[in-house]
Design a protein around this ligand. Sequence first.
Ligand SMILES: [Zn+2]
Length: 247
Amino acid sequence: MSTLFLPIDFDSVNYPEKLHLVARMAIKLGINRKVLLFVGKDLNEEELHYLMNCYDDLKEEAKRNRERNERRRLAGKLNQKVKKTARAYERLATIPLKEVFENMGKTLEIGYVRVSVKSKRYRCYHRKGVKCVKCGIEANYFAVERQVTQPTDKYHLNLYHLREDGKEVMMTVDHIIPKSRGGPDKVSNLQPMCSTCNGEKGNRTEEELENGVSHIEAQRRGEREKSEKSEKSEKSFLTPNTECDMV
Ligand SMILES: [Zn+2]
């Protein structure tokens, strides 16, 4: 009877539980099979057999647990990867509003990236402010970003409002008279609007939005207006239509 490594009293009538415990401790302490055989060399044949069985079973169980945890870890990593790529934009940096507006019409250098501040979108924010005309939330900063799904996409500036809960709301520009309704793509026809309100407004005019005209009805109206327009321009083909979309 050896108690050299494992101070357990084997002279108990409850030897199965005790041997099970010894096997568990042996695994916990990293004692290998050979050493455990040596430890139990004074046990009778039945006890030794039981001890070694327990040891083998527990070892097998520990191995299965390790494998399962490894699988879970890998699955978690994979999920993280998916979540990351699911983000629409890859961000390089954030820039204060002031810095962008001071460089209107120029090119900003952010590290090795050059971002031009010339588009109608920036001019609209500069001229008309960074507050959503609908809900009133105000942008806090620009972010230098490019679309993840399009590796050839150039870095550009996206405008964001930071909510109190730490979530961002992207700010967009809205066409006061929707493009689909013949509104020109000019700064005079643009206004700052958060993406939530813009999504809600869709292709409706302010008036239609207020009157509760549905998106589908607005689309139908747009199509009708377009066909009426083209009929008109066909009739008066000698005087070109100056109200076309592509001004
Ligand atoms: Zn809004």
